[in-house]
Design a protein around this ligand. Sequence first.
Ligand SMILES: CC(C)[C@H](C(=O)O)[C@@H](O)C(=O)O
Ligand code: SF4
Length: 464
Amino acid sequence: MPKTLFDKIWDAHVVSHIPDGPDLLYIDRHYCHEVTSPQAFDGLRRRGIKVMRPERTVCSPDHNIPTRHQDLPITDPVSRNQVDTLVRNASEFGLTLFGLMHPKNGITHVIGPENGLTLPGQTLVCGDSHTSTHGALGALAFGIGTSEVEMVLASQCIIQTKPLKMRITVDGKLSSGVTAKDIALYIIARMTTGGATGYFVEYAGEAIRSLSMEERMTLCNMSIEMGARGGMIAPDETTFAYVKGREFAPKGEEWDKALAYWRTLPTDDGAVFDSEIHFNAADIEPRITFGTNPGMGIGITERIPAPQPEDEQGRISYDKSLSYMGFRTGEYLIGTPVDYVFLGSCTNGRIEDFRAFAGYVKGKKKAPGVTAWLVPGSWSVDRQIREEGIDIILEEAGFELRQPGCSACLAMNDDKIPAGKLAVSTSNRNFEGRQGPGARTILAGPLVAAAAAVTGKITDPRTL
Ligand SMILES: CC(C)[C@H](C(=O)O)[C@@H](O)C(=O)O
Ligand code: SF4
């Protein structure tokens, strides 16, 4: 029977099946960060259990870390305690740790792929919703809760009910100036934030195949924002070229064996999905959000639409959202003054995002009224930025690079957008207060962020 990519990986990892119930799945790769792991380790200690396969878990603090002076002790006591706790737990349980200032430290969803720890065909989990990012490599990757983190540490397995399968096909070619982030924001707006609830999504079609690995990660990263359990893209030559030679990727004969297996993974012709959705790449333009969830988005040249659904409750929350943002139905946002620009996060903090941003601002100057936070997703991205001379381009345009971490994506460190200020952010969530109490967030891709940074207002990057 023809099978989907998802089923091939899932079925290959079932340890046992509970009749009419969930499956017990073996987990190949597990990442831990400082926010969702402390109680899991406490649980192990309480029960006197060791980590079953310590070599399968990699720890990296990312959420609470400052983006300046990482060589000095963290000043905020809560953040310092969380990071120190992760360091202690990794050492006590014998786990690999890429701690602060470690050359491999960075956002979990950035460092996994770039070190060859995330591989096609793996089952992969982390106590973090954006674990969906790793699906870009053809892995079955999803976020889990803290009690499940404990389960994986203790048994290398997890109990899961098989989700439904959805395929989202994007046909045709993307127009110039349109990035993977725009595809993600377009799909989420069309699907709504609950539109893929209960599903695991495979992205397919010409527009998806033509994306680089970094772009695929941006897209899969945001799957969770339409309610999906995860998102994935079948591994192909782009994937293999990306993985080959990375530090923890298989080498020599192991590589040949792995590659032969990975080539069997793509969805077979005739495999059946529970839901099939089609979009056209030509319909996608640079996107921005105008509300307080990632589904409230428009093409940059469009007006803020009237609320839909039309029901009373929906209307009330729509109005509340617009009033928080200070926008009105029917308004165009081009020309709206911007106070802050944030380039970074596990959505858009990779080398290609910095190349795109720098390519745009080269020879221009940062707008005087804009505060720009440019935060690489990892030290490896930072090194690449410097090797390619991108730091010089940014500096000449009046920008400054910060040190890696989640930063203003969720403002758990000092990088908080002040109340009332409007930020164009390449991150993935625009919830009320997400980037700081009272902060107003417009989600966008790196080109729209670059255009805002040099003009000081919402600007269509295709017009400058
Ligand atoms: C802190 C963590 C649990 C959270 C998540 O799971 O997504 C964070 O990464 C986020 O982006 O909101
Ligand atoms: S960068 Fe943002 S979305 Fe990604 S893991 Fe960190 S806080 Fe979550």
